[in-house]
Structure formats: C-alpha cells, structure tokens
Write a protein that binds this ligand. Sequence first.
Ligand SMILES: Nc1ncnc2c1ncn2[C@@H]1O[C@H](COP(=O)(O)OP(=O)(O)O)[C@@H](O)[C@H]1O
Ligand SMILES: [Mg+2]
Length: 312
Amino acid sequence: MPSFDVTIAGELNLDLILYGLPEQLEPERELLADRMMLTLGSSSAIVAHNLAALGSRVGFQSRIGDDPLGRIALERLRQGGVDVSQVRSVSGATTTGLTVILHHAAWRNILTYAGTIFELNWDDLDLDYLADSRHFHLSSYYLQRALRPRVKELLQHLKSKGLTISLDTNDDPDDRWGGGLEEVLRYVDVFLPNEREACKVAATNDAELAMERLAKIVPLVVVKLGRRGAMAQRGKERLLAASVEVTPVDSVGAGDSFDAGFLHQYLRGADLPTCLANGNLAGALSTTRPGGTEAFRDAGHREEFLRAHQPM
Ligand SMILES: Nc1ncnc2c1ncn2[C@@H]1O[C@H](COP(=O)(O)OP(=O)(O)O)[C@@H](O)[C@H]1O
Ligand SMILES: [Mg+2]
C-alpha cells in the first residue's frame, strides 16, 4: 500500500488578510484596517492542510526561503498533519512568497509577491516520494513558472506509476490561459476550475458550454460556482450541487477547500453526488473563519460544523 493518499507539489506561503479598509484606496493616505489575520495561504498548501484535517494521508513537496515567513508556513502545515519532510528550504536572494489580501465587503484585492513560488523546479522534486501515493494533485498551474515546462512530463510519469491526477489551475495572472495547459489536461482525471477559470480555459463566456468542451478532454470536470455551489460533467452526465448555507467571514481558500473535500471522498471511492456535496461542505466550512485553513485547524469548530451539516 502506498504511503500517501495524496501527494502535492506546489507553493507554500502565508496570506496576510486585512479587513475593514476603505473601499477607495486613496494614494498617500494612511488607510486603517480594523482586523488582520496572518494565516497559511497558497492553494497547494491549503488543499494539503485541509485534506489532512479531513483524514487523508498527505505528502507535500515545495521550495521555501530560509526566512521567518517560510518557517511559520512550514510549521502550520506540519501541525496540520501533512508530511513536510520533503519541503526544501533554500537560502538565497529569493525569499518565501507572500499574498496580501485586502478584503472589502463585495470584492477583494489579491496582491502576491511570488518569491520562491516561481522557483520550484523539477530538481526540487523527488519523483519516488510523489509516486508513493494513490493520487497526485497540482494547484496554481500558472504560478509554477519554473516547473510548468515539465508538468506534462511529471504527470505522464505519475500516471505510469498508477496514480490518478487532479488539477486546479487557479487564476492566470497574465490572463493568457495557454502555457501548454491543453496538453497537460490529457493526463488529468479530475479538473477543478472555478466558473471564470473554466470559461477562460475553454474560450467561452458560457460556463455550461465550457464544461461540455472540457469534458471532451478530461474524464471528470468539476466547476465551482461560489455561493451557488458546483456543477460537474462526466462524459455526457451532468450534475448540479447546491452550496451549504453559511454566513461567510471571507471566501479566501474556499475553492481550495472544495478541492480537499471533493478529493477526500473521491479517494474513498464515493459516488459523484457525495464528492460534490463534500466539496461544497468543505468550501462552506472554509468561509466560516478567516483565510483558507483556520476553520479546519480548529478541530472543535470543524467537527461541530461537519456534524451539523452532514457526515464526511
Ligand atoms: N458564500 C458562500 N456560501 C456557501 N458556500 C460557498 C460560498 N462561497 C464559496 N462557497 C463554496 O466554496 C466553493 C468554492 O468557491 P469559489 O469561489 O467558486 O472558488 P474559488 O475560491 O476557486 O474562486 C464553492 O463551490 C462553494 O461550495
Ligand atoms: Mg480557486
């Protein structure tokens, strides 16, 4: 039996979230936030952390700088129960990345200094470690700049070792949506974009059409619809799953938490409605606390929320 249920190679950094800033960010003024949270960020790390919190065995590879923020992020992931023995801490000019989120009532600014995120590369990876798993997940395709030219080769290798594979592109900061993604998708079993990303990748404004097009390439396409829940297409079969009603604090990491909830059930062999329901449940749970992992980190809160809604 492999050591892990899921292995993940990707970015590891913190999010600094500021709440209560004025809607207009006037230049040269001192603008006051009324609350802040420094928490584990980055899509790859949030998926890893929350999968482990749900009970999956997770192995994680990454590259961070030899600096305080990198150490805090690493410690958070370790405390979450993720195996971080293969995370490389590299001293040099580039430090660990950081995302600053300015949270407004109806929208947010997301400001990222990529740092070591852009430098994670093939030589940082231990292929035997990544292959010692049932499943491999890749997030933030467009942030993996150094790794991206070899992602196809990586997925090809892991597939040949019998792993299933999921991908969540997240946003493309350049808004180009190329970079060999179509080739890469041929090795993906579960594709997990949000609505906007699905439309961008499939070059249409119609999310259902996007899903239909993507389902011709990927066996299972799952599109996250924010507070409306999620929809999925497997071949010709299409499903819609409503979200869980909550009063959100913020939706940072909700999509990554959805991925964790969905994959946790997928790897137990659950049927598609159960996977979708669990994705929505995990996405909703994530919105009840700041950032993407706080609601999962608080075991009491997590278990109470899950019990109140449905068993995982
Ligand atoms: N306001 C909300 N109420 C309930 N569930 C939500 C809410 N916002 C997000 N979610 C859950 O989180 C999932 C992912 O959110 P979404 O914003 O679509 O993804 P992303 O974070 O990738 O943009 C949704 O599919 C849903 O299950
Ligand atoms: Mg996302």
